[in-house]
Write a new protein. Sequence first.
Length: 188
Amino acid sequence: MKKTVVISTLFVGMCLIIFIYLRYGNLIFAGHRIQTIRKGIEAETGANQEPDCWAGSYYMGDGLGSDAYLDIALKSGFAFEEHGCLGLYDRNYGKVKFENDGRLKLIFALPNENVMISNELIIVKWGKRTYLIPPDRIPKFCEAIKNKMEPRYGMRGLFFLREGDNGIEVDGRPDLPIEYLDLLVEEK
């Protein structure tokens, strides 16, 4: 009887370890790969970066419960992390493909179940500011503009904005793809 209890306990313990590894192993072990990607992005986005280039470090969040960080460049790829009041929530990384229509396709190395990062981003320039926004979030971005929540002058916000761009003044409207321009028209 004792032997059966010990074997059952060991079996349950091993199952628990396997479950934790399968569920959270990628999250834990991806940290080293993300550090390597970030170093490559830093080198790629150094002092010689063109002012209209989209590569760099981006932030989106409320500064409290959910903060998302995206480092991205064409050659080095991307590194994504989401942090909150309980620590690290999610991380992922992968390759970046620049599409002819000016969109970025993210090819995730790990399965992506996070709603804060999409596999497609539209590069939105607004003066010298750069935002990266998923196509399905462009209507919300336009709504934020109408409600004077964008352009923001602090880092906190609902859309990925390149770090440091929050202090840049803007004029006029953002450069949106033509299919979204009607969303900025004020209703009368």
